[in-house]
Design a protein around this ligand. Structure first.
Ligand code: SF4
Length: 246
């Protein structure tokens, strides 16, 4: 029997331009988090395109290693599959590092519980309107919870960082990112919505409404939904659905 090639080659159409992508092929049967390497390759190509387009319009990305303003207090939303990928990543760390990262997560969870926010964010109401969502985000922001993966002002999981971390790029003064509720940072527009499309395929796969959770609650969420997140599916139809939903 012929072995399927281990890479997928596809072409995205963005703003009328052809954007080629080479992505690792997911296993035939896969958990949703096992689609992430292919999804990240597609997302990266779309982001590169957006950055090139912005540069052509005179807008350079001002994000750089050493600037971690957006990792320091903002509620970074992750999809259920990303939450499970992060749990698996932490569980695979060497013992000392794992203990350190888990302690940081525990600290953030306790502070969210103390503020009465953890359950609201873990089990978000389906009818949460924009105003209440903003109120929750602001209450979260005021806690100043630094991402547990931030190390010496750099992302310690850079290749595996969530969609939202990849896509959030600004062309304005990085100092403005310290308080996005008070300042207006100029964000590079992204042509694809990788996380929203990932939530859509989660709904198809698990047969119930899905929502993102702040990264600081990712381990909590993934541990309590492990059985669901361990389920395997035929990967190709879900990956195609994700591409279609972008
Ligand atoms: S995962 Fe990395 S990029 Fe995203 S908030 Fe955490 S440290 Fe920052």
């Amino acid at each position: 029997m012929r072995t399927p090639p281990n890479r997928i080659h596809l072409v995205l159409r963005i703003d009328g331009e052809a954007v080629p992508v080479s992505a690792p092929r997911p296993p035939l049967r896969a958990r949703l988090d096992e689609l992430l390497p292919a999804q990240r390759a597609v997302d990266n190509a779309a982001i590169d395109h957006a950055v090139r387009k912005a540069a052509a319009a005179g807008k350079q990305v001002t994000c750089a290693k050493g600037c971690s303003a957006c990792c320091r207090a903002q509620p970074v939303p992750v999809t259920p599959a990303e939450a499970y990928a992060l749990l698996r990543l932490v569980e695979a760390l060497p013992a000392a590092r794992r203990e350190q990262v888990e302690a940081r997560f525990d600290d953030r969870v306790q502070r969210l519980r103390g503020a009465g926010l953890a359950d609201l964010l873990l089990d978000r109401a389906d009818d949460l309107d924009a105003e209440r969502a903003r109120g929750l985000a602001l209450a979260y922001f005021k806690l100043g919870l630094v991402c547990p993966f931030l190390a010496e002002d750099a992302c310690s999981i850079h290749p595996q960082r969530p969609f939202v971390c990849r896509q959030y790029l600004v062309s304005s003064d990085p100092a403005l990112c310290a308080d996005p509720f008070a300042n207006h940072a100029e964000v590079i527009p992204m042509p694809l919505h990788a996380a929203t499309a990932a939530l859509a395929i989660s709904e198809t796969a698990y047969g119930r409404a899905q929502h993102s959770v702040p990264l600081t609650l990712a381990l909590e969420y993934a541990r309590s939904h492990r059985a669901e997140l361990e389920r395997q599916f035929d990967a190709e139809p879900l990956f195609r659905q994700w591409l279609g939903a972008l």
